[in-house]
Design a protein around this ligand. Structure first.
Ligand code: NAP
Ligand code: MG
Length: 502
């Protein structure tokens, strides 16, 4: 750890548990053992509010992945995990949820330090969401079943279906909600009886490594959960071709997801892809302007805009357009820009210097192409990767900032006249992750819901997420669902059994 990070932790204060964890040499978790990369390689871990160095983690090799797959296969093909009764699996998953909850403050600090996000939101959203996800899926193992049917063909048969776990699941996770996204993939996979290998993002591997200690403490058998840290182009890419892996579940950008999907399907693996978004928000003229503006600001700038289903394109009905934009700017001005460990931080730094460069170049493109920057967009002259949230007005459909996912605090807006225009603007995108409507007119709202091409529709709200509701996109935002009972179907095979009766 360098002095910048040490001073930062001293200034804001973090728990002894977090300090102890950060001071340790980080190892991967393979087959219940804590190991270095087979070739000893490591990568650096940075803290985004200072830009300082936190430590190093193993940069795994394909040999390390092989060992993880071997362990996961052994557990799946008749190991202790496969033989556990459903209620035993439930007990272990509940125990794991309890341990995460017990260590929630520490995990939130680790997440804030590694990713740069607000420690307060990390605790309330990321870690609470992780606990809730494990609790929700912990209840499923004893409720999974097939069905018995009465066939009409000649003869006398007992015909029934069995639900069986798919096998070894590889989870590739992005950096914006590291632990929570991992939980979305892991909890359901374990609940149905799969075994798992997780590849966290290099930018944010730490909370996943701390989590692995809790997996061990919970008593989940060795080899059921394996964590291989390292490069996406090495570990992630090898997951889609590895013969011992049955399913790849990927959350990340659309271009990488397309590559993962092509390779994995080419190798006849099951695939879930949770990809990028450019989600539209429609503000109708009957909406409550003040409360809608607050929700819209939260829906786009939460986590400094590094949210896959952020409402980044806002279309406002013309008669309320100017008043609504004034309100948007006024609310945005109240957001506190601060380091992640500041308990009152709303806008933290972007995750990396590279991400800040990308977001800045989009803001420059917006100005060059003639969008009107009505608030922010300035890169802050201080350590860390801070950018003021930006709001653009009068954005045209063909502009780069309207078409491409930016993944930073940049909002594009324009006006619409009637609901047909609104639907055309909303759907004019390759993505289809989410869409939001602000209105108090139920008939208009219900008329719009079927016309919007997106996996989640939020009405007078944004990014409301619960483990009981499925999440996943349409179109270039991917396919398959995480969360909800729907996710279970993406993790199980259905076997049809025919028995001839006398
Ligand atoms: P990314 O660059 O696509 O990376 C995602 C993960 O894939 C990381 O773990 C990365 O590893 C790994 N990876 C990189 N190259 C790979 C390859 N060739 N093969 C296999 N894996 C590879 O995305 P990101 O920048 O981390 O995350 C931001 C993106 O995720 C945004 O587009 C956002 O919309 C999307 N996202 C979607 C959802 C959703 O649920 N739909 C949720 C959150 C985020 P390394 O980075 O360690 O190299
Ligand atoms: Mg980091």
């Amino acid at each position: 750890m360098d002095d910048n990070v040490r001073n930062y932790l001293d200034h804001y204060g973090v728990s002894d548990a977090t300090r102890r964890f950060l001071a340790k040499p980080q190892k991967m978790f393979i087959d219940g053992a804590w190991v270095d990369a087979s070739n000893g390689a490591t990568f650096d871990i940075f803290e985004p509010s200072t830009g300082g160095l936190v430590g190093r983690a193993p940069s795994g090799t394909t040999e390390d992945l092989d060992r993880a797959v071997h362990a996961a296969r052994r557990q799946f093909d008749g190991g202790a995990w496969r033989r556990l009764k459903p209620l035993e699996r439930e007990r272990l998953l509940h125990r794991l949820a309890d341990l995460i909850e017990l260590h929630a403050d520490e995990l939130a600090e680790i997440e804030a330090i590694d990713m740069g996000k607000s420690v307060t939101f990390a605790r309330e959203i990321d870690i609470q969401g992780t606990v809730d996800t494990f609790r929700y899926f912990a209840g499923w193992p004893s409720k999974l079943h097939g069905r018995t049917v009465e066939p009409s063909i000649p003869g006398n048969y007992l015909a029934y279906t069995r639900k069986e776990p798919l096998g070894v699941v590889a989870a590739i996770v992005p950096w914006n909600f590291p632990l929570q996204t991992m939980a979305w993939k892991l909890a359901a996979a374990l609940a149905v009886g799969c075994t798992v290998i997780v590849k966290p993002a290099e930018l944010t591997s730490l909370s996943t490594l701390r989590f692995a200690e809790l997996v061990q403490e919970a008593g989940i058998p060795d080899g059921v959960v394996n964590i291989v840290t390292g490069r996406g182009s090495v570990i992630g890419a090898a997951m889609s071709t590895h013969p011992g892996i049955d399913k790849v579940t990927f959350t990340g950008s659309t271009p990488v997801g397309q590559e993962v999907g092509r390779t994995a399907v080419g190798n006849l693996k099951h695939v879930t892809l949770e990809l990028g978004g450019k989600s539209p928000v429609l503000v109708l003229d009957d909406a409550d302007i003040a409360s809608a503006a607050k929700a819209v600001v939260n829906g786009v700038f939460f986590n400094s805009g590094q949210v896959c289903d952020a409402g980044t394109r806002v279309y406002v009905q013309r008669s309320v357009h100017d008043a609504f934009l004034d309100e948007l700017v006024a609310v945005t001005k109240t957001l506190k820009i601060a380091p992640g460990l500041d308990r009152d931080c709303y806008i933290g730094p972007l995750v990396s210097a590279q991400q800040k460069k990308v977001v800045s170049s989009y803001i420059a493109a917006g100005r060059r192409e003639g969008a009107e920057l009505i608030h922010g967009g300035v890169s802050l002259d201080r350590p860390g990767h801070f950018i003021e949230p930006a709001i653009f007005a009068r954005c045209k459909p063909e502009m780069t900032i309207v078409r491409e996912e930016i993944f930073g605090p940049v909002l594009v807006t324009d006006a619409f006249d009637d609901l047909d225009d609104a639907v055309t603007l909303a759907n004019d995108t390759p993505f289809g992750l989410a869409a939001a409507i602000y209105s108090n007119d139920l008939s208009r709202v219900h008329g719009l819901i079927p016309r919007l091409h997106a996996g989640s529709i939020y009405v007078n709200a944004h990014s409301t997420i619960d483990p009981s509701m499925p999440f996943g996109g349409f179109k270039a935002s991917g396919f398959g669902k995480d969360l909800g009972p729907e996710q279970l179907d993406y993790l199980m095979e259905t076997k049809a059994v025919w028995i001839t009766l006398p």
